[in-house]
Design a protein around this ligand. Structure first.
Ligand SMILES: *Cc1c(COP(=O)(O)O)cnc(C)c1O
Length: 394
């Protein structure tokens, strides 16, 4: 075992930024009042929630009162789909989404199908981009919602939000986007992109886990998801997670202020990683769009390799990576995203996702590629399939 830890799984979760942790601390032990209370003591907590809401709204060009705090990305996704389905059922029961969404969307959509809704799952091309013509062709008079993710959590592909938003708007259909991987990582403006609802999560941007928000455009009819007190304009009950909200606000502020620099820095490292892997490791391919992708994401397939074995050996070298998404590893099914971009099962099984951050260095990348080369050589040397393949090559 190595003492070294090289963390390259930032799409699964991120380290809480030290400034974020500092900002949160007083709201546990000093300003612990319930922000809904009348007395002055609770005012500090209430003010902190208001500032966080303002910071977040600014990042996506929304109004402060359009930001609703939730317990994370999964809750926001569930809320957006289920509550819209209910509120607009009299208009229709058809929803359009894609085959590469996070399970928080896909499993919610499947649940809605059991409740009598119809769902169209759009295909994606070999780079993971949805087909806008197929989107247009799928729209029906009873379509109430289009939900397409802003950027994919496995292969990093960024979807054409503005074009999707324009199509939705033209047809008078609501547009929701799961922006958990994209918020504060890539520029998003809800007005320019005609986004009606947007999901986000604190722990993917250097904030704490268990906090997120749903942006809901003013005028969108959406039912309350958690019933109880009057918090969040009576749409999401529950005492506000003040430290979490403060942390998410701080993380959003920092990430948004450094977005351009982070994108430039991470793109440089990512491209170095990608070119070294493709040049130095035979039978490797890059998954996801070559350029329209998150700056922090690299996703590869290695033929004749089993993802899990690769991850275990990388772990022994101190490297944290992922194969498929965190939610599906542990199961033997290959990633639904890799199947959707057209990879056969046996190739999809040998995938590796490495997601970097501003803390990643060039030395880290070189260390990981050096280790990976050895690991893949070692695993292939034990593979009868590979042996067979090489024999036939000759
Ligand atoms: C992580 C993630 C989620 C879930 O967010 P949680 O805050 O962990 O519930 C949803 N969608 C995408 C694209 C994600 O990457």
């Amino acid at each position: 075992m190595s003492d070294k830890v090289i963390y390259m799984d930032n799409a699964a979760t991120t380290r809480v930024l030290p400034e974020v942790f500092e900002a949160m601390k007083p709201y546990f032990t000093e300003y612990y009042g319930n922000p809904s209370a009348i007395y002055t003591f609770a005012g500090t907590a209430n003010d902190a929630v208001t500032s966080a809401r303002e910071e977040i709204a600014k990042v996506i060009g929304a109004k402060t009162e359009e930001i609703y705090f939730t317990a994370g990305g999964s809750e926001s996704d569930n809320w957006a789909l289920k509550a819209t389905a209910e509120a607009y059922a009299s208009k229709g029961k058809h929803i359009i989404t894609s085959k590469i969404e996070h399970h928080a969307i896909l499993h919610t959509a499947q649940w809605l199908e059991k409740q009598g809704y119809e769902v169209t799952y759009l295909d994606v091309d070999e780079n993971g981009v949805i087909d806008l013509e197929q989107l247009k062709a799928s729209i029906r008079p009873d379509t109430i919602l289009i939900s397409i993710m802003a950027a994919n959590n496995e292969i990093g592909t960024i979807e054409p939000l503005k074009e999707i938003g324009e199509i939705a708007k033209e047809h008078g259909i609501l547009f929701h986007t799961d922006a958990v991987q994209a918020f504060a990582h890539t520029p998003i403006n809800v007005d320019e992109m005609h986004i009606d609802m947007l999901s986000s999560s604190g722990h993917k941007i250097g904030g704490p886990k268990g906090i997120g928000f749903l942006y809901i455009r003013k005028g969108v009819k959406i039912r309350s998801f958690v019933h109880g007190g009057a918090q969040e304009r009576q749409r999401r009950a529950g005492t506000l997670n003040v430290p979490g909200i403060v942390g998410m606000g701080k993380a959003a502020e920092i990430s948004a202020n450094h977005m351009e620099e982070s994108i430039a820095y991470q793109t440089k490292l990512r491209d170095h990683l990608i070119s070294r892997v493709l040049e130095e490791i035979p039978y490797a391919r890059l998954n996801g769009h070559p350029s329209q992708r998150l700056a922090n994401n690299a996703n590869f397939c290695f033929r004749f390799i089993e993802g899990e074995s690769m991850l275990i050996l990388l772990d022994q070298a101190g490297v944290c990576g992922s194969s498929g998404s965190a939610c599906t590893s542990g199961s033997l099914d290959p990633s639904h995203v890799l199947l959707a971009i057209g990879l056969p099962h046996e190739i999809a099984h040998g995938s590796l996702r490495l997601t970097i951050s501003d803390e990643t260095t060039l030395e880290d990348i070189d260390y990981v590629v050096d280790k990976l080369k050895g690991i893949i050589e070692h695993l292939r040397a034990m593979s009868p399939l590979y042996e067979d393949f090489i024999k036939h090559q000759k």
